[in-house]
Design a binder for this molecule. Structure first.
Ligand SMILES: [Fe+2]
Length: 254
């Protein structure tokens, strides 16, 4: 059976200064360890998808640092960049024009369509779904009713019972939840932003989040509380011909 292998890495929070420390972690060093591990351990990767908060301070140097970290990965697979609330969409666009990165909204491979939303709301940490992108997804669902769909977001579309994080949920996520409920060929929905791993379901659709490459959040905490016992990591997603998704998180020592 054919299998598509996607690696998701998320919430790198890089800065202009490579020696910057956040919550007792150096995000540049931590991202470097994770990316090297992905390159070393993961064979036959089709795509590497970075689901936002790539750079914390919106600096051009931060995106140069990202580009430097991914030099070797370019030889292995296509790399897609998505924005998070901390990112500069202009800087991501520049990287995609000048270097070998991609920020297309979707791509098709075998009998799967991979759709990537931009959930960054201007001047806000919250998420939003833009009508144009919702319409694009709905058009693809209408045009390709026999294809399987995998959706990536930065922000979370469901309540995770962490008060501070849930203030930053996708404000109009009920639009996506309704689309999921009405389209059983949406097999998976995946995001970053919350710095922790979650796995749940709506009907038969799998919904899951992925740990950050740097510091982790304590699940179900009232305020943003660092979980010093949780290691950073990345996610492996295998999309099978029959619509099944096999996925797991790999955590790394830093
Ligand atoms: Fe975020």
């Amino acid at each position: 059976m054919n299998e598509i292998k996607i690696i998701q890495i998320t919430d790198l929070h890089l800065n202009a200064d490579k020696s910057h420390i956040a919550h007792d972690i150096n995000p540049y060093n931590s991202a470097q360890i994770i990316i090297n591990e992905v390159i070393k351990e993961s064979k036959n990767i089709n795509s590497l998808i970075l689901t936002g908060d790539l750079v914390d301070d919106e600096s051009r140097e931060g995106y140069e640092n990202l580009s430097e970290l991914l030099v070797e990965a370019h030889d292995k697979c296509q790399i897609f960049l998505m924005p998070g609330n901390h990112d500069s969409i202009e800087e991501i666009d520049k990287l995609c024009k000048t270097k070998n990165f991609n920020n297309d909204k979707y791509f098709s491979i075998n009998n799967w369509i991979i759709f990537m939303f931009n959930t960054k709301k201007n001047n806000s940490p919250n998420g939003i779904l833009y009508k144009k992108e919702v319409d694009d997804l709905q058009n693809l669902l209408n045009t390709f009713p026999t294809k399987n769909f995998m959706i990536f977001l930065h922000h979370h579309p469901i309540i995770i019972e962490s008060e501070s994080m849930d203030k930053m949920i996708i404000e109009n996520s009920e639009i996506l939840i309704n689309i999921i409920k009405n389209n059983e060929n949406i097999k998976g929905v995946c995001w970053g932003h919350i710095h922790q791993e979650i796995m749940t379901k709506i009907n038969k659709t799998k919904l899951f989040s992925t740990p950050s490459t740097c510091y982790q959040a304590t699940p179900k905490s009232k305020s943003f509380l660092i979980d010093h016992s949780a290691k950073p990591g990345y996610r492996v997603i295998k999309l099978l011909d029959d619509g099944e998704i096999k996925t797991h998180v790999t955590r790394c020592d830093i």
